[in-house]
Design a protein around this ligand. Sequence first.
Ligand code: M6R
Length: 608
Amino acid sequence: MCGIVGAVAKSNIVPMLIDGLKRLEYRGYDSAGVAVIKDQSIQRRVNVGRVAQLEQDIDFDQFKALTGIAHTRWATHGGVTEGNAHPHISKNNVALVHNGIIENHQELREELTAKGYNFYSETDTEVIVNKVDDFISQGSDLLEAVQKTVALLKGAYALGVICLSESGRLIGARSRSPLLVGIKDNEAFLGSDMSALIAVTNQFMVMDDGDIVDINNGQVTLYNSDGDVVERDVKTSSLSANAIELGQYNHYMQKEIFEQGQAIADTLEGRISADKVLEQSFGHEAAHIFDQTESVQIIACGTSYYSGLVARNWFEKFGMRCDVDIATEFSSRPHVVPEDALVVTISQSGETIDTLTALEKAKKWGYKYSLTICNAPESSLVRTSDLVFMTHAGPEIGVASTKAFTTQLVSLLLLAIVIGRRRTLEEKTEHSLVNELRSLPVKVEQALAQDQQIAKLAQRFADKHHALFLGRGLHFPIALEGALKLKEISYIHAEAYPAGELKHGPLALVDSQMPVIAVAPNNNLLEKIKSNIQEVRARGGQLIVFADQESGMDADAGIEVINVAPVDDTISPIIYVIPLQLLAYHVAVIKGTDIDKPRNLAKSVTVE
Ligand code: M6R
């Protein structure tokens, strides 16, 4: 969840470290800090709050160095205080940044305290930096000290470590938390992901779990967990620095909502022919694996889980059994492992530790095949799955996921089609679905054209404390997603219910202060949801209904209808989520919240 940057370069690295932190801030923004080797000492600047604050407090004319590390924090162990902010320093000799959680920190803390180490923070990280110092004091150099230290750690970590006596050296280590090495001429960098480094290089190496990298005056040597020197491919990132600029928009979330038409077009490109889904786009092994697949098990978290809930409808409609689990629940419950099941993980970041853990467990328990639908090319999920299908959404910076969700839905529909072909999906249905998919970018633009109408509607929410979202069938997950978006960025308590469940409890909550948002496309459930809407209306509830303009749903006392352009039922969730994203966005604008970095949240959840 935290973001790490490190550098050993030929010229001053402080501006680059701060720029890298800004680009990593989506991972955590409770506090930020930087430590460099300068004037024969380790010098540190830390701040509670945002990187911008840290930047303001640094005197860039004075604070210059060639070796340094930096960190933006999402608090786990210990509160949000300067004392707990990274980098952590041991005896003005070693400085270290850490992303992850060390489970055995207490026993290491006791051992180090007995040796005379004083702890100034409540973090688990401070044990690591002290342990590295401890090994150095016994004669190890920095590399060996880190190797010996990580051998003692239980848990997850990505580390960047520097040491006063080896001023041109930076050691990185990773286990179950992401870390990349950026390469440029005789310089090298560490970053939690490529966005941190893209302003200085597009050449990078992905570290495997257990790897340790030694960056020593521009020389880069990688060691695996056995301590053997290993080669890892140097890759070229396709990320462009511009792709992560805000441009004409006020917030990344707004930009990403408006990029959805293009993101969907990019996700479809090369994956469909005139009338078919191209199965090879799921990989060489795909046909063989899909031929064997007897059931699908989807695993994901948050918004990605909701895309899985939509997809279950598609899989089962096309004759393939499908279960969907929240990753932590999948890991926590007993399983009767079905034969020839395909595990499908869905993740924007590909680094969500709960999803990774669930996949590991699924493999251990005997689930046979795995496929990931992911937006981050070199991520851990991509590297540990048998089949990979990339959503081409481009970088998603806003913590609230938007274009990742709609491109996940498109990808899942393509998957349901190629698997469904082997079951009950008829050729002519595939043809018409492919046509519908091709028309999606235009339909997305139509939905986005309602932006100002929804901005006006949002004014009715600004003073509300609760909201209820209703949907049925394919659209219950869309109601869930609408509620999640609203609570994440506007802090309004929002619940989503299957509309049919209303009378089994939640109807008791309805009064004039509780806006009720209903997702009511023109499908076989329309009459049922109309009845649910009347149940709310009869109890004085204030309804906002997103309905097909041909559905005959009219505005009435207590009911406001927002018309949505007609859309084929199967792909309709991809369109109906857009007004809900816009609604959450505009409510948050009115409330003045920090839309791209809502309180307490981080974009990429890499701790359990
Ligand atoms: O990167 P992932 O898709 O695996 O992330 C899963 C969730 O953490 C994520 O969708 C989260 O719920 C978003 N903040 C939702 O907007």
